[in-house]
Design a protein. Structure first.
Length: 201
């Protein structure tokens, strides 16, 4: 099976940001898209090789703080060009430079990477979210299962195509651009358990 082969290479794929990840009981693992979900930005500037401006999406910083305070494990899965690095570590280094260069948030001097226990990138452009290829989602699920065993994984993002892909891959998934709400509308923490029950049906 593909997962058998995949499990042998997960040590290459998984980037553990914290040296020690605290096990958070049976809470679901919260996985986020980054751009237009956790952060917002203007157009990309090829001169500076960064977005002209980038900042936290409204309510994102506070939402992440609340999740961490309640013991949730947080991760991001982020589409970035494969030319940004040939390893997960180099991709992260490049991403941090891009974010740092364009960061302009009056309330937060810098993006707080310590909110996240894991950050995942596709190995190549063919695996990017939104392409219809589910391998990136499957890799994330498998990588997290190696650390935590079977646990609900809940994806939150703004792109309905990616939200649908996450569901097809076996994640619970929440679209932050909910009809009738001002985006971003993150899944209220007190509603997470009930929402997961609806996803399991």
């Amino acid at each position: 099976m593909a997962f058998g082969l995949l499990s042998q290479s997960l040590h290459i794929f998984v980037l553990i940001i914290m040296s020690c990840v605290a096990f958070a009981g049976e809470k679901p693992i919260m996985v986020f898209d980054m751009g237009k979900t956790i952060s917002d930005h203007t157009e990309f500037d090829p001169v500076t090789d960064a977005f002209k401006r980038e900042w936290y999406a409204p309510g994102a910083y506070e939402y992440l703080n609340r999740l961490k305070a309640q013991g949730f494990t947080l991760a991001m899965m982020i589409n970035i060009p494969e030319e940004w690095g040939d390893t997960q570590e180099r991709k992260l280094e490049k991403l941090k430079k891009v974010v740092r260069t364009g960061w302009d948030d009056p309330d937060h001097a810098a993006f707080d990477w310590t909110h996240f226990d894991f950050i995942f990138f596709p190995d190549n452009d063919l695996e990017r979210k939104g392409t219809g290829n589910l391998i990136f989602y499957h890799k994330v699920i498998a990588a997290l299962a190696r650390v935590f065993g079977h646990r609900d994984v809940l994806f939150q993002g703004e792109n309905p195509i990616e939200v649908a892909e996450a569901r097809r891959a076996g994640m619970a998934a929440w679209d932050i651009n909910r009809v009738g709400f001002s985006p971003p509308h993150y899944l209220p923490i007190e509603q997470i358990d009930d929402f997961l029950k609806t996803q399991r049906r």
